[in-house]
Ligand binder design. Structure first.
Ligand SMILES: Nc1ncnc2c1ncn2[C@@H]1O[C@H](COP(=O)(O)OP(=O)(O)OP(=O)(O)O)[C@@H](O)[C@H]1O
Length: 260
């Protein structure tokens, strides 16, 4: 369970303090797929940095499974808008990178390398990249790179996956393909996800719960349960109740933008 309790975050800022979040409260259950949506600059990335312990709140608390987050957390995997694969490493070597860094894998890396490679290959197979393990990132499309990035964020079996606009740079068809890849990974491994996105269809297709943030200083102003039964396929996106939910979320964000 991830809990943000009345969190305020003020950056010192070059020209004076900037309050990015003010009194933000958020609960995400273990195994839940949650999205955070809101107007540009409302503090979504700040919220991600707080949960992963990259920054500390100015006031309030962030906790994971009852323990207060006081520094970078080991239980999280992360993926961002750009895949950021290392160009001199093959796809397989990129996916294995966290195992060379994160304990307890790091100390076992030389001894268990063959088993780790099998594990990385199994993940690459799940996302349809099994045949591309020896390619370099620059030999692959943006969508393929993002698939590899998802594998890299999951190789150390994190209990929590933090995704900051992971598909924003992809074309619409590739994006929908990647939604299904992420859906399948989540269904297979059962980790908790917090997804930051501007794409309301993406949030409605993938998640259990959507949290809407106000304009800066951000706080959660509305939480919507996503009622569509699972397993979901892309057809759900064309149902009237799906379009209705997306429309309502859009109106809510327009309203909070105007209120700013
Ligand atoms: N290091 C920093 N110093 C000062 N202000 C910052 C810093 N980082 C972020 N901010 C400000 O805090 C606010 C929230 O930023 P954040 O990146 O969290 O928003 P966001 O919702 O992720 O934005 P977007 O949707 O555009 O990606 C913004 O006004 C931003 O300018």
């Amino acid at each position: 369970m991830i809990v943000l309790d009345n969190v305020t975050l003020t950056y010192p800022g070059r020209t004076g303090p900037v309050t990015a979040l003010a009194g933000t409260t958020l609960n995400v259950r273990k195994g839940e797929f949650a999205a955070v949506v809101g107007p540009s600059g409302c503090g979504k990335s700040t919220l991600m940095k707080l949960v992963t312990g990259l920054i500390r709140p100015t006031s309030g608390t962030v906790s994971i499974d009852g323990a207060e987050v006081k520094g970078p957390v080991k239980v999280a995997g992360m993926a961002f808008q750009h895949a950021n694969l290392l160009p001199w490493r093959t796809v397989l070597q990129n996916v294995m990178l966290p195992l060379e860094i994160v304990e307890p894998y790091r100390r076992r890396f030389s001894r268990d390398k063959a088993a780790f490679q099998d594990k990385a290959m199994a993940l690459l197979n799940v996302v349809g990249l099994g045949a591309f393990a020896d390619r370099f990132p620059w030999e692959m499309s943006g969508g393929m790179q993002q698939r590899a990035s998802l594998c890299r964020s999951l190789i150390h079996q994190p209990a929590l996956l933090m995704l900051d606009e992971p598909f924003a740079a992809l074309d619409a068809f590739t994006r929908e393909e990647l939604w299904c890849v992420l859906r399948d990974l989540w269904q297979e491994f059962g980790f908790t996800v917090i997804l930051v996105t501007h794409d309301l269809r993406e949030a409605a297709f993938l998640t259990d719960t959507i949290h809407v943030m106000s304009a800066r200083p951000g706080r959660i102003v509305e939480t919507r349960q996503v009622p569509f039964p699972r397993p979901r396929d892309l057809d759900v996106c064309y149902r009237p109740e799906f379009t209705g939910l997306v429309h309502e979320l859009r109106n809510k964000i327009a309203e909070v933008r105007q209120a700013a």
